[in-house]
Design a protein around this ligand. Structure first.
Ligand code: HEM
Length: 141
């Protein structure tokens, strides 16, 4: 089961340890997908990367709680990002970079419960990235 309280707790803890994890997250993403870095050519000062990551953290907090818009946002972004040249499959790698960064910041305080919460969260986030068609019958959950 997805434990939203544990996810929020890990994001709080990671936030206490690192005011701006943007460089860490994107370094992991670009290590796994070097071809993605060039797509940020217009982001000369890093603000697009920062804004995007902020939106992703907000989306995750919604996704694990009220889920008012988080699932639909993933689906929309998969479609809009195709216009930037981002393949839908890279969403999973991006979410994994976020998870690995959070785990890295929590380091020795990381617990099996946190691991399990993030493992489940990644499966659930990826489901929406893999199924961006909002008109398709709702088969999730
Ligand atoms: C749910 C996941 C995602 C969300 C919510 C999201 C959100 C956003 C937002 C809001 C922007 C515009 C930021 C601004 O102009 O200030 C943006 C831009 C961008 N995103 Fe994402 N994004 C997501 C996933 C990804 C992934 C997986 C990639 C892969 C590398 C990616 C690549 C880009 C690029 C290249 C731009 C800049 C496009 C340009 O040149 O204007 N995004 N994203």
């Amino acid at each position: 089961m997805l434990d939203g309280a544990v996810i929020s707790q890990t994001l709080d803890l990671a936030g206490e340890r690192c005011a701006d994890p943007t460089p860490l997250v994107y370094a992991r993403l670009f290590a796994a997908h070097p071809d993605m870095e060039a797509l940020f050519i217009r982001d000369t000062d890093g603000s697009v990367r920062g804004e995007m990551l902020t939106r992703v953290f907000e989306m995750i907090l919604d996704f694990v709680d009220r889920r008012a818009y988080g699932a639909q946002l993933i689906q929309c972004e998969v479609v809009t990002h195709e216009g930037y040249g981002v393949p839908p499959t890279v969403f999973g790698a991006f979410f994994a970079s976020v998870a690995d960064t959070v785990r890295g910041l929590i380091a020795d305080d990381w617990t099996p419960t946190m691991s399990e919460a993030w493992r489940t969260l990644l499966i659930d986030l990826n489901w929406f990235a893999d199924h961006p068609d909002q008109m398709a019958p709702a088969a999730f959950g």
